[in-house]
Design a protein around this ligand. Structure first.
Ligand code: KG4
Ligand code: ZN
Length: 340
């Protein structure tokens, strides 16, 4: 089965063709970073309009690169949520109309399921069960995954998401949007032990996260300590160390409590080098394994949507006549493919 995947939930327009026999044929991404940079964050209306502008040219390039045509497709998958309502609607209307005109089935994919399954595009994919740490701009969740669509929530952030904390700290440090990579870059020049920031929720049992206290500590350090030349880098490094330490220790706790030996990390923050290094040490110590998506598939992309959609289309799932998106959509409402 050959599936076109369309991702438009936020500020990247992503398209890809995944073939269940041949694997990923091609993917294309257009990032709106420059469009939103002046505003310090994503402006929803601008995002929607830009998806409208970019989808068709991007699709043309994609088909040429994949060496395929619309007529060779067997189905279309698009991100149906969670995300920005208007931006989601662009991908949903585009995907559904195209599917209708070609007489193909189409399916709305959960964006976080896309992230979660992205490591399965790799040559050595994880087997089930595994523990998944999903860390993006809007989500921080620990899940137990027993199969596609079989997700049990173990813990999540009670306030800011991990990526959101990176983005907010970047703003405080007057760094460019998106903040995660900018903070990580600045941190390379800093001393991570200069500021002793809190590791929230580690002193309590459970697998929930909280990042707003850490964010406040960063703000206080910026305001109340004297300025010196390397201070922003030291703050970035100390913040990154605290955030990563918290994530790694909660992952360790989840592996310990469930006895599961495989960890999957996905979503934008999974691109973070320090996080990868810390988790590498942790799983080696526990004789466990950790799996990541390839770097281009850590952040938003069409390939993960094509892959996740293909699994559901193969099981016979497809949408009815209405076009609906779900800006808010708890992942635990998902079921195994074909079960709905
Ligand atoms: O998954 P994603 O592309 O979009 C959402 O679904 O939210 O994740 C974007 C988030 C942003 O908050 C960004 O700052 C963060 O991932 N991020 C990083 C890194 N690369 C992206 N955070 C820390 N270190 C990075 N290298
Ligand atoms: Zn995402």
């Amino acid at each position: 089965m050959r599936v076109l995947g369309i991702e438009t939930s936020c500020d990247e327009t992503g398209v890809a063709v995944y073939d269940s026999e041949k694997g990923l044929l091609a993917h294309k991404l257009y990032s709106q970073i420059d469009l939103h940079a002046d505003y310090g964050g994503v402006v929803p209306e601008l995002a929607s309009r830009d998806h409208v502008r970019k989808l068709i040219p991007l699709l043309r390039e994609l088909l040429a690169e994949a060496g395929t045509s619309l007529e060779a497709l067997d189905g279309i998958a698009y991100t149906a949520g969670p995300g920005l309502a208007g931006a989601l609607m662009v991908g949903a209307v585009f995907g559904r109309s195209l599917a209708w005109s070609l007489g193909l089935p189409s399916v709305g994919v959960h964006h976080m399921e896309g992230h979660l399954l992205a490591p399965m595009l790799e040559p050595a994919p994880p087997g089930f069960p595994f523990i998944a740490l999903l860390v993006s701009g809007g989500h921080t969740q620990l899940m137990r995954v027993d199969g596609i669509g079989r997700y049990a929530l173990l813990g999540e952030s009670i306030d800011d998401a991990a990526g959101e904390a990176f983005d907010k700290v970047a703003k405080m440090l007057k760094l460019d949007y998106p903040g995660g990579p900018a903070v990580a870059r600045l941190a390379e020049a800093g001393d991570s032990e200069r500021f002793d920031f809190p590791r929230p929720m580690l002193d309590r049992p459970g697998l929930d996260f909280s990042f707003s206290g850490l964010k406040t500590s960063v703000m206080n350090a910026l305001r109340t300590t004297d300025d010196y030349p390397g201070k922003p880098a030291d703050i970035a490094a100390s913040f990154q160390a605290a955030a990563v330490d918290t994530l790694a220790r909660k992952c360790e706790r989840a592996l310990k409590e469930t006895g599961v030996k495989r960890l999957v990390v996905a979503g934008g923050v999974s691109a973070n080098k320090l996080l990868r290094a810390k988790l590498g040490e942790m799983v080696a110590r526990r004789r466990a394994e950790v799996f990541y998506p390839a770097l281009p598939f850590c952040t938003d992309n069409g390939a993960m949507i094509a892959f996740a959609g293909c699994q559901r289309l193969l099981a016979g799932e497809h949408e009815g006549m209405g076009i609906t998106v779900r800006p808010r959509w708890p992942m635990t409402e998902l079921q195994a493919p074909g079960a709905a």
